[in-house]
Design a protein around this ligand. Sequence first.
Ligand code: NAD
Length: 354
Amino acid sequence: MKITIIPGDGIGKEVINQAVKMLKKVESKYGCNFEFNEALLGGAAIDATGNPIPEETIHKCKNSEAVILGAVGGPKWDSHPGDLRPEKGLLSLRKELGVFANLRPAILFPQLKSASTLKEEVLGDGLDIMIVRELIGGAYFGEKKRIDIDGGQRAYDTIDYCTRDIERIAKKAFEVARKRDKKLTLIDKANVLETSRLWREVVTKISEDYKDIELNYMYVDNAAMQLIKNPKQFDVILTENMFGDILSDEASMLTGSLGMLPSASVGEGSIGLYEPIHGSAPDIAGLDKANPIGAIMSTAMMLRYSFNMEDAAKDVEAAVSRIIDKGYRTGDIMEQGMKIVGTEQMGDLIAEKV
Ligand code: NAD
């Protein structure tokens, strides 16, 4: 099982070290064999090669079955032009790997209810929402331009989707819903956007093959409000790239910390890209303060989706839950009466529990 490891920038390296530690434990417990291969991306790649996504990185990733990524970016590269920014490396990698579906669970561990900004009565017995976000289309990849005009400049970005882009992700979302509570909400802006109207038509047509799934529709502005007001109404959310980017961050905050949550990006091919949802957190980089749980939970998603190792995935998730139960917390989820630990120690504690 070949895995490309991309630490990236900032806290990326710190959290990825804990993910690898965990995988080594899984290797010894389950008698499997992971072949790790490290690659550069983002700011680290710009510093070493002048390119946010060197050819060698693309080659290594395409020759593996899974890629685990920390995070990219940081103030050092903020003034670089668009094509020489760390984020360009990440967007290009997703495109190169053809991973068009981003699966982002927003799970609230019942032990961490008080870390959520929502009231106890809204959270009930916890939260478990899965956001399926289209990842390689829409405004982030459509034609964009700046033009000099009298008195300044004009700029535009284009949202561009075709039937096939929507069909393939809709099928993924219905399949995900089938394994959960069989409820899918398509979020769009069909009252104003033509692309949204196409999404509705295509998703409605695909739903004929999934009659066991309850499909409903919601405008994105209402969805932003409903996620705060009554998040438990959602099971699986399907949405386009930019709406998904925004709503998945909102949903993740309902769970208390960006540092806790994993993501998986998959396509029609066999390579999966797994990354915690947080960024490179330059404010705490190098201080042993980063929460490694998002990265560790990403390895659980990898074991499940890329290597079909459901038992090992559940084992990792249970180890995380047990350590939280025991009161260990990194700074971002610290509460009174709990035991504060650093990134390394949190990684050690969880790996020991597998
Ligand atoms: P961020 O997620 O890096 O940080 C936001 C806040 O959350 C910070 O206060 C940070 O300390 C905290 N935080 C994030 N992850 C944490 C963790 N694991 N443990 C504890 N605290 C954590 O977002 P930002 O500050 O907007 O962005 C910083 C850089 O990261 C930027 O360059 C941005 O472009 C990049 N970024 C990269 C990705 C990615 O690689 N997928 C995603 C988002 C942002």
